[in-house]
Design a protein around this ligand. Sequence first.
Ligand code: DON
Length: 304
Amino acid sequence: MPDFKKILHTIYEKTKQLSDTGRVATYIPELACVPEDKFGICLLDIEKESYQIGDFDERFSVQSISKVLTLAMAMGLIGEKIWDRVDVEPSGDPFNHLSLLEQENGIPRNPLINAGAIVIADILVSELKNPKKEFLEFVHKVSGDTSISYDEKVAHSEKATGFKNYAAANLLKSYGNLKNDVIEVLDFYFYQCSLSMSCTQLCNTFYLFINRGKCLQNHDFLTVSQVKRINAIMLTCGFYDEAGEFAFEVGLPGKSGVGGGIVALLPKKFCVAVWSPGLNPKGNSTRGMAALERLTTLSNLSIF
Ligand code: DON
């Protein structure tokens, strides 16, 4: 393995000095309160050795990164049946666009755009007695960390302002691709997005995607084939209309969130989480993308 300690230090110092570090998301009012100079990185290798720098232990709103975890939980519960209701193609569109959904009769392009994640949320609402509680328990088990929680303020803030998500859910309902009540499904969706986690906690949680479906505590959560599929979806769809750019610059499967977090991973080698709240115009962390480009360049490690 390369000298990750030294590499993270170099990346951190270089990336901290970027002249444009993007803009903090404001469309969810509560996210606008986060100081834009926050910056942390954590890398966890397959031997469970971890390396950190900056604000790696501070919790932030993981937002769309949670979509990978709800997908993992739904795959564990209903397996291949998911693909009757959600496709696995990149959308080439921003995360909240609705036009393709209408053109394609209510089948979302993939589970990582908002409409797709809302269908996955609907599956969990159907399958679970108490979806919010049971999803949080799932995250606790996968991460081995029971201190992870939702951020109620963020959840309520998005509930009050997430009009496009109400539109997406209603459109899905009109095509018969939402089985439960719109408000109930969105309540769960807003809570899952409000999960508050640090870079360290994200790495601990995503360890199963580098370890063939086994979590840090060595419990089996997913099959090797399910992990292959989820990692493939992260590579092709994890960054919306910037998925190509992320593969080109970084060369790893990953997932971003509008809270400024990005998780990326190299199967059987390492997972890495970066947090810097300033976003580029496509909604991905500006410093996060730059830091990960440097990581794969300096370490000579990527899936390619
Ligand atoms: O639905 C939304 O708009 C947010 N809860 C999540 C969006 C998000 O993180 C997109 N990611 N880059």
